[in-house]
Ligand binder design. Structure first.
Ligand code: PMV
Length: 359
């Protein structure tokens, strides 16, 4: 598939007014996407676990309007009008208009809510952009009823990517790859694809407890961070390493080797933050409590031999990952020793999930 394959031929049907609703989850990358080319093309491939509980629910109401010169929409979060969300959505609409030429013919009411606290510091862009992309695709599906499920999913992921890169990995589960790499057959820069190889039982119901270390606004946005990879002294090696790590992950996912899995995942998390610290200008998104938690995890693992590991996204929060069969003891440890480092003792219990649903 190329970009132009997602430009539709003329629609045979019309649509007046209606409403569609989707819920879509967040995801957590194991091999991280950091750095992009023009048009939201990733500089390196990434792979993620789709989450189950951290979701955005978006209801899109549409009605035809007279003029088709501009986009027209209003946005609500938890029933409250959110004009500050509009610029990001306007940018998204501009980027996807060529692929969904009907967009200027409608007035939209976008009503959205998250299952996680919105000031939690958890990025809602992956779940939010994928839910919105799916709503628009449901409209297009009504305009083109013969559309196949495969095309629907690919195009929804393709559009979500244009909203926020990592959003293209949220639509399906349970393990998704984004970014062309020889390591994974079928992988594409344009959309997320399901991980196509065998996965060991150990990973089937993997747990992710998200420790909310800092709920404040990030000092440096992902967009700025990605851009700083352009003139970065270690960029080329980092991009090469991501391809290698995807190759290394295959036998790990197949054999269920949890020690190797943890080593690769933690190395990826720290490499992501090392890229931030070695950018120019440099920046640090981890907080003192992020490091406290990491050290506690390491000593608990050493002491117990249990398979607890962490990863980080572009922020201070810590995702604690572990297999379900060790969940009882590990969750006790989290509650007794780690939650104290969270802001207002807040954490979210999540696990690997299977993607978005139409409601
Ligand atoms: O989707 P963005 O542009 O917010 O970038 C997210 C990048 C990381 O979360 C740090 C890594 C990833 O692959 O999700």
């Amino acid at each position: 598939m190329t970009e132009t394959d997602f430009i539709p031929s003329a629609y045979s049907k019309t649509l007046e007014t209606g409403k569609v609703t989707w819920e879509s989850p967040s995801n957590i990358a194991l091999v991280k996407y950091w750095g992009k080319k023009e048009n939201q093309i990733p500089a390196n491939p990434s792979i993620s676990f789709t989450l189950n509980n951290c979701k955005t629910i978006t209801e899109l109401s549409y009605r035809t309007k007279e003029s088709d010169t501009d986009f027209s929409f209003e946005v609500y979060l938890d029933g409250e009008k959110k004009d500050d969300f509009k610029p990001k959505i306007e940018t998204f609409l501009k980027r996807i208009h060529v692929y969904l030429p009907f967009l200027k013919n409608y007035h939209f009411k976008i009503e959205t809510s998250n299952t996680f606290p919105h000031s939690s510091g958890i990025a809602s862009s992956a779940s939010g952009m994928s839910a919105l992309a799916l709503c628009f695709m449901s409209m297009e599906k009504q305009l083109k009823p013969k559309m196949t499920t495969n095309y629907f999913n690919q195009k929804a992921s393709f559009l979500a990517r244009l909203g926020s890169g990592s959003a293209c990995r949220s639509l399906e589960g349970d393990i998704i790859v984004w970014g062309q790499t020889d390591a994974i057959s079928g992988s594409s820069d344009l959309y997320g694809t399901k991980y196509p190889y065998q996965v060991h039982e150990n990973f089937k119901d993997y747990q992710d407890t998200i420790l909310l270390v800092d709920k404040g606004e990030k000092q440096v946005s992902s967009t700025v961070g990605h851009n700083l990879m352009h003139a970065h002294p270690y960029a080329e090696n980092r991009f090469k390493q991501a391809h290698e790590n995807l190759e290394k992950l295959k036998p790990i996912l197949e054999s269920g080797d949890l020690n190797k899995f943890i080593a690769l995942m933690e190395s990826e998390a720290l490499t992501l933050h090392a890229m931030m610290m070695t950018s120019m200008p440099y920046f640090i998104l981890m907080k003192p409590n992020t490091l406290e938690i990491i050290n506690k995890i390491w000593s608990f693992r050493e002491r117990t031999g249990l398979h607890i590991g962490f990863t980080l996204d572009a922020g201070a929060n810590v995702h604690v990952l572990y297999p379900k069969k060790e969940a009882n003891v590990i969750l006790d440890f989290i509650k007794n020793e780690l939650v104290a480092y969270c802001q207002n003792e807040q954490y979210i219990c999540d696990q690997i999930g299977f993607g978005a649903n139409q409601l």
